[in-house]
Ligand binder design. Structure first.
Ligand code: CU
Length: 352
């Protein structure tokens, strides 16, 4: 054999060993799990958009997934890695209210976008249901606890707190060899839950205490139980008032707007504005503010961006301009920032 060809083979063999080594690393780093049915927030975003995560349609069709992808793509690529270590079962102590879906800023905040409050895609399920946990690494469980938000909790507007959760199902120590083998690797188990008395949109919160070490997973799945009122959406919103109004008047004071930052990370942030009608019903609204520190809006949902920073002008979307007296609606957006990011002062003008 000529010398050159032999050295190529040696090089190829070394390169092959390096690739195998790298693959082993990738596998051990990613071999964990999540709730896949009804899907956890990031597993669902990965399932729906993993092959198409830069598609701008996601911003309007699936805005909560969009903000998650914008925040950190690794929250989706590593959908199986949302865990904490060493909490010794003190889940409430380690995870502040409002951060339950990120496991209390697990992995340095990689999953913080999952705490964002809003219209996550939700699965329709019955009051007697099962959650399916896919455990790619065959850890098994010391226990799995399944909680559901109490009836009356509003997942569209309220951050998730421990006090909102009620235990509806659990299993104890269950070694992986008692679970069901999965064709794609690892094992799965289904845990039954009974959420009697629930209707409409809720969050299922699953805590999986894995068995191989003190490793606990915190998984939010959005669901809709039978009955209850549907989410507000373009197709079910009332059409604008038909009352004749030859010259619509736009006056300050017909509405108010409040600004709330719901997440922040290096270079980016998420915020939410609540628009509330005054003593009279309104047919449309416009919110204005000035960003004084270089902030800019990058994506918006449930409203129309008329003018971007520094002099921001935002109007209602087609379906949320009509508000009854003192009724509210919200819109959300993603922005960029550098240096400082104080809340601006808002003005709201409504068309009556
Ligand atoms: Cu693991």
């Amino acid at each position: 054999m000529p010398k050159t060809s032999r050295s190529r083979m040696v090089i190829a063999a070394v390169a092959g060993a390096m690739v195998l080594g790298a693959l082993a690393l990738v596998n051990s780093a990613s071999a964990h799990g999540s709730i896949v049915d009804p899907p956890s927030r990031n597993y669902g975003c990965w399932q729906r958009w993993g092959n198409d995560f830069q598609n701008p349609r996601m911003a309007t069709e699936d805005p909560m997934c969009w903000q998650a992808w914008q925040h950190n793509t690794n929250a989706m690529w590593n959908w199986n890695g949302l865990y904490r270590e060493g909490l010794r079962g003190n889940h409430q102590g380690g995870i502040p209210d409002g951060t339950l879906c990120s496991g209390g800023h697990a992995e340095g905040g990689r999953y913080d976008s999952l705490d964002a409050v809003g219209a996550w895609r939700a699965a329709n399920i019955g009051n007697n249901f099962r959650v399916k946990l896919w455990d790619q690494a065959s850890h098994g469980a010391d226990y799995i606890r399944v909680y559901v938000t109490r009836q009356g909790f509003n997942a569209l507007t309220q951050p998730l707190r421990w006090a909102d959760l009620e235990l509806v199902g659990q299993i104890g120590n269950t070694p992986a060899n008692q679970w069901t083998p999965e064709p794609a690797g690892g094992v799965s188990i289904q845990v039954p839950g009974n959420a009697a008395g629930r209707s409409g949109r809720h969050i299922i919160y699953t805590i999986w205490q894995a068995s191989h070490s003190d490793q606990s997973y915190y998984l939010c799945s959005d669901v809709i139980f039978p009955g209850g009122s549907p989410d507000p959406s373009p197709s079910v919103s009332p059409s604008p008032s038909q009352s004749p109004s030859p010259s619509p008047s736009t006056q300050p004071g017909n509405c108010t707007a409040t600004y709330r930052q719901t997440g922040s990370w290096s270079g980016g942030f998420q915020a939410e504005v609540t628009v509330t009608a005054g003593a009279a019903a309104v047919r449309g609204w416009t919110v204005r503010w000035t960003y004084a520190n270089g902030q800019s809006i990058t994506q918006i949902w449930s409203a129309t961006l008329g003018s971007n920073a520094p002099n921001v002008v935002i109007s209602n979307a087609g379906y949320n301009g009509s508000l009854g007296a003192r009724a509210s609606t919200t819109f959300g957006f993603l922005g960029s920032w550098n240096g400082s990011n104080p809340a601006p002062t808002l003005t709201c003008n409504a068309t009556t």
